[in-house]
Design a protein around this ligand. Structure first.
Ligand SMILES: Cc1ncc(COP(=O)(O)O)c(C=O)c1O
Length: 404
């Protein structure tokens, strides 16, 4: 009887473990994991032992937020690492975008790209600003500067372009248009950590640039973000806005928000910075592997930006052209059947989401290039530590599909 109960107990434990695993797999739980799963990205995490001394220092000081020592050190280190004048750290990139718009007093209409993560445009709506979508360039997949002017009205106050996948926008042309029409330029540079353009940081272009340090990004602080500004006066204004609008202990001068980064996140960022060279070279190796093995497959277009020496290899977007024997969604499924989780970034277009789809600039007629790319793009897994044997599994699926 005891033996019988023991067996029943073990059976229950196995069942509980299976249920737990299913829950942990989230939206992949319907897919039977036959092989080791390969996700589109994985955060870079240094050896945990290296993080303990930082935590011990935080515990000892009892200073866990509000611009502590690690926060100050990370701002200074990022200025040096990125080659920029001023960094204001944030709890995430979305709040940083919202504050950047406030800091420049943007209102009315803002011209932006529909081909991005939804946070880009949501930051406008949270500020009561009307987004005006402009089509993208087919090569860079960034806002097409030659279509911006057509979208300018007497209500336009700024342009919010995105350096999508870390590929630089046509910053010089955008600057000219902004000057001609008296517009501000805020770059959503969430993907562009460490990217250079013409020998200097890409983040030095525009009035402000906004970074994301989310777990999926090239440089992460678990969650986090930053605004890059070019004058001390602007940095002070941004820092005030992210701290409720306080200027001193008793004085609040405007309706700011809480956008502060904690000491734990800042300390982690300092540790992460030490590995950035290694991270960059491992990402490049993955990118090179794809470039070498996918080159010449009929109907698969490789990312133009990833050949550039200045790329940060944050994403590996391929375009599945109509020439390829199966469509993008079928290829996505074929990969998924082999436990390979690519992502359709950026599909759907932001302009197709319910809160934006009724805007006149959201009409597909206005966004033909963005629509086509959004229907054909597939981001393949890329992260430091992705092994060649796993990459080969991805290549094999694509090559097999090319023969269907
Ligand atoms: C282009 C873009 N903008 C903004 C964000 C928002 O950043 P966060 O997740 O740090 O709020 C992200 C990603 O997360 C993004 O990819």
């Amino acid at each position: 009887m005891v033996r019988y109960l023991q067996l029943a107990y073990i059976g229950l434990q196995i069942y509980a473990l299976e249920v737990k695993n299913k829950v942990n797999l989230g939206w992949h739980n319907e897919i039977k994991m036959k092989k080791k799963p390969i996700y589109v990205t994985q955060p870079y995490l240094p050896d945990l032992n290296l993080f303990y001394p930082y935590l011990e220092a935080i515990w000892k000081s009892k200073n866990i937020t509000n611009g502590g020592v690690f926060h100050q050190k990370l701002e200074a280190s990022l200025c040096e690492y990125l080659g920029v004048q001023h960094v204001s750290l944030f709890c995430n990139g979305t709040i940083a975008l919202m504050v950047a718009l406030q800091a420049l007093g943007i209102s009315g209409e803002v011209i932006t790209s529909p081909y991005s993560f939804v946070a880009t445009t949501n930051s406008l709506l949270w500020n009561g600003i009307t987004p005006v979508f402009c089509d993208i360039d087919p090569i860079s997949m960034n806002i097409d500067p030659f279509k911006i002017e057509k979208a300018v009205t007497n209500k336009t106050s700024a342009i919010l372009p995105v350096h999508c996948y870390g590929t630089p926008c046509n910053v010089e042309e955008i600057q000219k248009i902004a000057e001609n029409h008296g517009l501000k330029v805020i770059y959503d540079a969430a993907h562009a950590f460490g990217v250079e353009f013409k020998g200097q940081s890409l983040l030095n272009y525009g009035d402000l640039s906004v970074l994301s340090f989310h777990a999926t990004k090239v440089f992460n602080t678990f969650e986090g973000g930053a605004i890059i500004s070019h004058s001390l006066e602007m940095k002070k204004r941004i820092d005030q806005l992210k701290n409720f609008g306080f200027v001193d202990e008793l004085t609040v001068v405007e309706s700011g928000i809480n956008g502060k980064m904690s000491e734990v996140n800042a300390a982690f960022g300092l540790l992460q910075l030490k590995s950035m060279q290694e991270v960059a070279s491992q990402r490049k190796m993955v990118s090179d592997f794809y470039n070498f093995n996918l080159e010449g497959i009929n109907g698969i277009e490789l990312p133009a930006g990833n050949y550039s020496s200045a790329s940060n290899h944050s994403y590996y977007p391929i375009i599945v052209k109509s020439l390829f024997p199966v469509g993008r969604d079928k290829l996505y499924e074929l990969l998924q059947e082999q436990s390979i989780f690519s992502r359709r970034y950026f599909h759907p277009l932001i302009s197709d989401f319910p809160m934006y789809k009724n805007l006149s600039s959201s009409t597909p007629k206005n966004l033909p290039v963005a629509k086509q790319i959004s229907d054909q793009v597939l981001c393949l897994p890329i992260y430091p530590g992705l092994e060649n044997k796993d990459l080969q599994r991805i290549i094999d699926v694509i090559k097999k599909a090319s023969l269907l």
